[in-house]
Design a protein around this ligand. Sequence first.
Ligand code: AMP
Length: 277
Amino acid sequence: MQIVSTLSDLRTARLSLDGTVALVPTMGYLHEGHLSLIRKAKQECRNVVLSIFVNPAQFGANEDLSKYPRDLERDLALVSPLGVDLVWTPTPEIMYPNGYQTWVEVEAMTRPLEGAMRPTHFKGVTTVVAKLFNATQPDKAYFGQKDAQQAAVIRQMVRDLNFPIEIIVCPTMREADGLAMSSRNKYLEGDDRKAATILFRALTAARSAYEGGERNAEVLRRKMREVLGNEPRAQVQYVSCADYDTLEELETINGKTLLSMAVLLGKTRLIDNFVLE
Ligand code: AMP
């Protein structure tokens, strides 16, 4: 497993990779969700490139950039048995040197949901992912369904900018009680950790209603709000029942649909979603 930081070392290492290349972009502090992407990538491609970069451009001014958990040694120990070929750990100065001024922006799809709460977030995501794609030239890139809007926005960017890269979206890995794994779960303590299962329970209730034949999207949104309302620690930011590809809110469900939500528990912001096929 080669570990490189500078762009010139990355290019040299990339040139030495023979056969198909998978890219798994992450911000580090890896958990089983990230590892599931790496395993899938290794099954499908000869080489796996893992990037670890806490991207300042996707954090808002009041967000947790400086507190975002980091532990490179632990991350490397977790991935070395998985057959990762190359780990790229660029610094903010490498990605955004002085005078940096080029950005990639996806329009309508980045406005609702996460984009409404975090107005500069997706501009940072699409810019860094485009840069990661250009630098590592993968055949396939792996993302988690956990960040559903991010995956949809990246699929759109790849179509719009003609990146010759296949985007693979992998299922959300969960703790035994249903909580979606996230590097930010580390912030959840005591009662907040217990309360955090409310997202999974709200999504499950809405999915059960759907499976029982309910097709009115507003009824499903109401169902999710109702369950979330039973947890006094939870402060709801949004609940959504939207078209899976366009992320537009639905009135009636008649195709692939995304149920999603963002909830604050104390200072910790959690997102989760289910896909209705
Ligand atoms: P992050 O390090 O949070 O930027 O995540 C890196 C990648 O891992 C993204 O594509 C995420 O969607 C994915 N990911 C994060 N959490 C999970 C999870 N619980 N299950 C599957 N994929 C995940």
